[in-house]
Each structure stands twice: as structure tokens, then as C-alpha cells.
Design a protein around this ligand. Structure first.
Ligand code: DMJ
Length: 456
């Protein structure tokens, strides 16, 4: 090859590698609006399936076209979780229908044991945000009633709540709990204190969270299982995913929502330790590994769909550098099979739990990162993930969980957090910022927006 030809080729190569390709172009307002429309259509599809086949039940079975309840009675989980999504997306008819189902059917005066954590994040969070958005006092009345029925759960020797409580009798069960199920009440119970004037709610929620904090190790980490009647750790593995995740999330968000300095301090101390002992760099991105809470030594290089939320909370707290690198790992976890597994080993690549139950965390982190950096990369990631979900999980009646991300076999369930969180964050990623002002609301862990009314 002649020297000049070589030079021309080299220049052409350099130019093509620096000019952004079509996929690298910025999203126009029209493209963003089209993404929002796509999500609205998906919401309508999921809601129509629920109404047609599962109305009255907690959740839809989108393959068998039936419904199921969590307990002996229905707590209207799907309409209550979905209401504020419909409200924010401007789906007025759907919002009206969902609210009507809640106010006409929801009743907590039942002899039924419930799991405190799930009832709080989905129902209490849903009732409080629905009340704040709609101003319908019937929703606040339901929240107050539920709050009073949940309080007996905190009557343990340590003040950390039992996992289950009977809504009628107040009988509690199961002392073997974990930081997430102990420390995820600050936002909802703080709001209850604001609306009822009863300081008990925030007091018990804060005591429970700080009882965990008090029992952190010398290297400022917490474990996965603790006995609430003795305060003794039963599993000392420290990680940021299932059974711990929202404990950290609520420490930071209690600062955002209520200006609570004790919670901010606890968050900062934990976050520093998490970054020191758990953060691990591998070529596909940064991940949080699992370590022993006392020694900080690695126990298992497991990561999964739930862990992906931490990039979002870091972005929200202003650490976009770490958040960006973790999101690189999150996206790699997604794109390996073009739907993320529940758990895999980020060092060996081996998938340990291959299901995908329609979780939001990866898209949630894109949303916070995009809001904080305005980097189009996060829109592109979000678009890819949303397309995968809307095509691979779609059934005639709604959207179904994936049983195995390698085979794409589906399983017969559509969790209420799909409408509460996954589709909400997907929409907000592309919607104008005015749809939700992050200076004015804080999302609870089920993506229910709560208004900041008392910040410093
Ligand atoms: C939701 O119920 C909440 O986000 C919770 O904190 C974790 N699990 C699901 C979503 O994956």
C-alpha cells in the first residue's frame, strides 16, 4: 500500500472512531416523548390485564390469567402500588380506577398476620403518597389505621421490630430479622408523625434503625441476620443487597426528607466502610462484594439485581464518580444475557440465581445518574433495558417475571412493584424534570414519592 493511501485510511479510521455513531447521538425531545408514550402504553397494558383477570386480588398472574393474594385476604397491593405511577404519568382514568378500588375495598380490621416490612413499603408508602397527591382524606385515614395496627411489632426487648404482626390482635412473630426489615420505617413513620401529631411513630422507627447502627462492627459494617429479642448477630456477612439494602437507603433519605442529622451521620459512616471494604474493581465495572462484618474480608463475590440500587443512592448523595463506575457493572450484568439475573458471581461470571422478577433497581440508578449528570449514556442504558423488558416479558395479559434469563422462560407472576417502581422510573428517566422535582420529594424504597415539608 502506498504511503498516502495508508495515511488517508488512518485519518478515516481516526475520524470514524471519534464521530458519534447513530446510537451515540443525543436523544431529541421528540425521542424522549416517544419513550414516555411507550411506557404509558405498557402501563395501560399491565393495568388492563390486572383489571380483567385479577381485579380484587393483590396481584396478577399474567400467564394463567388469574389473580393471587399474599394472605387469606386481599390488601389491594397492585392498585395501591400503582396509583401514584398513574398520577405522575398523567393516566387520569387509570388513577381514578385504582383509587376507587383502594378506598372501596381496603380494610385492615382483619385477623391476619402480615410481614411488617412489605406492608409498610408498599401499602403505607402507597397510602401516604396517594394522600399527598390526591388530598383524599380517606387514604390518610387508612394510613393512620394501618400505622396503629403495625406499632405492636416494635414491642421487643431491643426496640427492633419482629418480622410479623397480626393486624387485629397485635400478636408478633419471628425475632430473626435483618437490617432492611428493621430499619425501613423512617420515611413512612416520619410522615405518620407529621400527619397524626403522634411522635411515637418516628421515635420507634428511628430507634429501630439506630439499634442496628449501634451494633455495627469495629469496621462500621452490619451483618445480614440479627435476633431482635437479644440483639445478637446470627449471620455476620455484610453486603448491600437483599435483607440490608433499604436500611442504608433510609438512613440517607431520612436526612433528605426530615433533615435528620443522626441518620446522615450513620449513612456517612456506613458508606465510607462500604466503599472501603466492599467496593471491588473488575474489568466489566465496579461491584460490591460480600465480606465478614468484623474482619472486612471477602466471603463471596456475589452481586445481583437488588444490589444495583446503590449506584442511584450514591448519585443522589452527590458521589457520581463511584455511582458511574458501579452503573457500568450494573449494565454489564444486564447485557450479558440482555436481562439481569437475580444473583451472579461477578468474578467468575457464574449465574447463581437466574430469575428476573421485573425488578426496578438498575433503571432506578440510571434515572438518578441521568438527573445528576445529564449524561446521555444513562438514557441509552435505560432504553436498552426497557426494550428488553417490554419485549421479552410481555404476555397477552400483562408482563411476566423471567424464570431463567438464559432461556427466557417466563413464570406466572407480575409483582406490584413492576407498576410501582419499574415503569415509574422508566418513565421518569425520559420525562421532563418537572414531572418530579428531586428537591421537593423523596421516593420511598417502593418508589412512592413523599413530599419534603420539614427540611433545613
Ligand atoms: C421492592 O419491593 C423494593 O424496592 C424493595 O426495597 C426491594 N425489592 C423490591 C424491588 O426489587
Amino acid at each position: 500500500m502506498k504511503k498516502t493511501t495508508k495515511l488517508v485510511l488512518l485519518i478515516a479510521l481516526l475520524l470514524t472512531s471519534t464521530i458519534p455513531g447513530k446510537s451515540q447521538q443525543n436523544f431529541t425531545s421528540r425521542q424522549k416523548a416517544a419513550q414516555c408514550e411507550k411506557i404509558k402504553t405498557a402501563c395501560r397494558h399491565a393495568w388492563n390485564g390486572y383489571k380483567k383477570y385479577a381485579s380484587g386480588y393483590d396481584a396478577l398472574n399474567p400467564i394463567s390469567k388469574t389473580g393471587h393474594n399474599w394472605y387469606g385476604v386481599s390488601f389491594q397491593m397492585t392498585p395501591l402500588d400503582a396509583y401514584d405511577t398513574f398520577f405522575l404519568l398523567g393516566l387520569k382514568e387509570e388513577a381514578k380506577e385504582a383509587k376507587q378500588m383502594v378506598v372501596s375495598r381496603l380494610n385492615f380490621d382483619v385477623d391476619q398476620e402480615v410481614q411488617l416490612f412489605e406492608i409498610n413499603i408498599r401499602l403505607m408508602g402507597g397510602l401516604l403518597s396517594s394522600f399527598e397527591l390526591s388530598k383524599d382524606k380517606r387514604l390518610l385515614a387508612l394510613a393512620r389505621d394501618l400505622g396503629a395496627r403495625l406499632l405492636p411489632a416494635f414491642n421487643s426487648a431491643t426496640g427492633m421490630p419482629y418480622r410479623y404482626v397480626n393486624l387485629k390482635t397485635g400478636k408478633t412473630r419471628d425475632a430473626l430479622s435483618n437490617p432492611a426489615e428493621i430499619g425501613t420505617y423512617l420515611l413512612e413513620f416520619g410522615k405518620l408523625t407529621q400527619y397524626t401529631g403522634d411522635s411515637t411513630y418516628y421515635r420507634v422507627a428511628k430507634k429501630a434503625a439506630l439499634e442496628i447502627y449501634k451494633r455495627r462492627s469495629d469496621v462500621d459494617l452490619v451483618g445480614t441476620t440479627i435476633d431482635v429479642s437479644t440483639g445478637e448477630w446470627k449471620n455476620t456477612e455484610s453486603q448491600i443487597g437483599a435483607r440490608i439494602d433499604s436500611y442504608y437507603e433510609y438512613l440517607y433519605k431520612a436526612w433528605l426528607l426530615f433533615g435528620d442529622k443522626d441518620c446522615r451521620e450513620a449513612w456517612e459512616i456506613h458508606n465510607k466502610a462500604i466503599k472501603k471494604y466492599l467496593l471491588t474493581e473488575v474489568p466489566s465495572g465496579w461491584y460490591f462484594t460480600r465480606v465478614d462484618m468484623k474482619s472486612g474480608k471477602e466471603t463471596n463475590s456475589l452481586y445481583g439485581a437488588l444490589d444495583a440500587f446503590y449506584a442511584g443512592i450514591l448519585a443522589l448523595s452527590g458521589d457520581t464518580v463511584t455511582a458511574r463506575n458501579i452503573q457500568k457493572g450494573n449494565y454489564s450484568m444486564w447485557t450479558t444475557y440482555n436481562i439481569e439475573p437475580e444473583e451472579f458471581n461477578f468474578k467468575s461470571g457464574v449465574v447463581l440465581y437466574p430469575g428476573y422478577p421485573l425488578r426496578p433497581e438498575n433503571i432506578e440508578s440510571c434515572f438518578y445518574l441521568y438527573r445528576k449528570t445529564k449524561d446521555q449514556e444513562f438514557l441509552r442504558m435505560g432504553e436498552h433495558m426497557i426494550n428488553d423488558i417490554l419485549t421479552k416479558c410481555r404476555t397477552d395479559a400483562g408482563y411476566a417475571e423471567v424464570k431463567n434469563v438464559k432461556t427466557l422462560e417466563l413464570s406466572d407472576s407480575m409483582e406490584s412493584f413492576f407498576l410501582a417502581e419499574t415503569l415509574k422510573y422508566a418513565y421518569l428517566l425520559f420525562a421532563p424534570e418537572t414531572a418530579v422535582d428531586l428537591g421537593k420529594v423523596v421516593f420511598n424504597t417502593e418508589a412512592h414519592p413523599l413530599k419534603i415539608t420539614n427540611n433545613e
